[in-house]
Design a binder for this molecule. Structure first.
Ligand SMILES: Nc1nc2c(ncn2[C@@H]2O[C@H](COP(=O)(O)OP(=O)(O)O)[C@@H](O)[C@H]2O)c(=O)[nH]1
Ligand SMILES: [Mg+2]
Length: 388
């Protein structure tokens, strides 16, 4: 299959590798495509079913020499490949990566990057604001970048999008995290720029994005589970119902966003109903009640609370991922509230006690909350091996 080419540039440490990983996934292969393949300055990544190859360049810092070397390597690759039988070595789009946590450097970085890429005179540019963890900063950052481009006529005509991105859930501390952001949109925009014949159809690109959405969602559910374990959702009273904290509620909203579910009244109702089903419904109460039948030896109440909270959040995360996925695929809609409720309730009835037992079987006397969170993550990600 013919592929387009995306040149990914930005200072060392800006997050290029993290971004590439988030877009292409773990299955990505480093290829030595073309006569001048992988070099020290230049790495090519591709994955089946994705219409573009990503070209990672070594960082542009600390020296101008390195910057030139990287660009020369790309030029050489493009030129040499075109001479042989490889025709699709045109750079179709450039991702300018700038660090969202270092906005002061935007003008300088953009001027450096544009000088370096000046030879690709009319290639579209997408500015990716990496590490865009702070939501309130996003608009201002976009404006600053727009201003930096405005002063450069030749470049500004190539600018097609400024996109704040969080490539992987960022954990600020035990109870606060920045959910993934912008990856699906980056894939869509980039696909759109690809030439006819290379571009993926809506269905194929949706299938690929689904894989990425799952991976991103898992990083998010993992972070929320840690938060749940550390804070310990409050059982009120223990065997009756569970109150979720704000981080867990944030998890649902972020998951819905990953699955491109619009924030409106209907989706709010859906999310509320999912939360209810997993906290105060008959099914949830019954599941919690069933805990009494599990022999609990050597586990302090606080540890047990933490385990229960973590398992509930991981279960809810997994179940809501499934529900949102069906909606994303068009199999269901946000109006199918009863159906979503049933998904969650079924999950509790069928898996809650089993997961709790699995976690308990792996808990040690001295397991602290982070160890507990790790065990829960392992139990949910299929690594359910019992320790001897
Ligand atoms: N959690 C999280 N960490 C990130 C993100 N982007 C970059 N980082 C971190 O920033 C550091 C540098 O990123 P890296 O991808 O190696 O930068 P590169 O030198 O441009 O390839 C690494 O420690 C990454 O884990 C992100 O979206 N989320
Ligand atoms: Mg790197």
């Amino acid at each position: 299959m013919n592929k387009g080419n995306v040149l990914v540039i930005g200072n060392s440490g800006v997050g290029k590798s993290t971004l590439i990983n988030s877009v292409l996934g773990e299955e990505r292969a480093e290829t030595s495509w073309g006569p001048v393949g992988t070099t020290r300055e230049l790495k090519l990544y591709e994955v089946d079913g994705v219409p573009f190859r990503l070209i990672d360049t070594v960082g542009f810092e600390p020296s101008f020499i390195k910057e030139l070397q990287a660009i020369n390597a790309v030029k050489k690759w493009s030129r040499e490949s075109a001479k042989t039988d490889h025709e699709d070595t045109v750079i179709n789009v450039i991702w300018f990566c700038v660090d969202g946590a270092a906005a002061k450097l935007f003008p300088k970085t953009i001027s450096n990057l544009s000088r370096a890429t000046g030879i690709w005179k009319s290639v579209p540019v997408v500015v990716v604001i990496t590490k865009s963890y702070s939501v309130p900063d996003r608009d201002r950052n976009i404006e600053m970048i727009n201003n930096a481009f405005a002063s450069q006529k030749a470049l500004s005509k190539n600018l097609i999008k400024i996109l704040p991105v969080v490539a992987s859930t960022f954990t600020l501390n035990d109870t606060a995290f920045a959910p993934p952001e912008g990856i699906s949109e980056l894939i869509d925009i980039t696909n759109e720029i690809m030439p006819e014949g290379v571009k993926c159809g809506v269905k194929d690109i949706a299938k690929f994005k689904l894989m990425r959405k799952r991976a991103l969602s898992q990083t998010l559910v993992g972070a929320a589970t840690v938060a749940g374990v550390v804070v310990g959702a409050v059982p009120i009273p223990f065997s009756d119902a569970v109150l979720l904290g704000s981080t867990e509620v944030a998890m649902f909203n972020a998951l819905a966003k990953i699955y491109e579910i619009n924030k409106d009244e209907e989706s709010k109702q859906l999310i509320n109903s999912i939360i209810e089903a997993g906290t105060v419904s008959m099914a949830a109460k019954t599941a919690l009640g069933s805990l009494k039948a599990i022999p609990v030896i050597n586990v302090a109440t606080s540890a047990l609370n933490a385990i229960v909270a973590g398992v509930i959040i991981a279960l809810l995360g997994e179940a809501s991922m499934y529900a949102f996925e069906q909606i994303y695929l068009g199999e269901k809609s946000v109006a199918d509230i009863d159906w979503a409720r049933k998904i969650i309730e079924l999950k509790f009835t069928s898996q809650f006690a089993e997961k709790i037992e699995l976690v308990l079987s792996r808990i040690a006397d001295n397991s602290d909350k982070h160890a507990i969170a790790k065990i829960i993550a392992d139990v949910f990600n299929g690594n359910s091996r019992k320790v001897d």
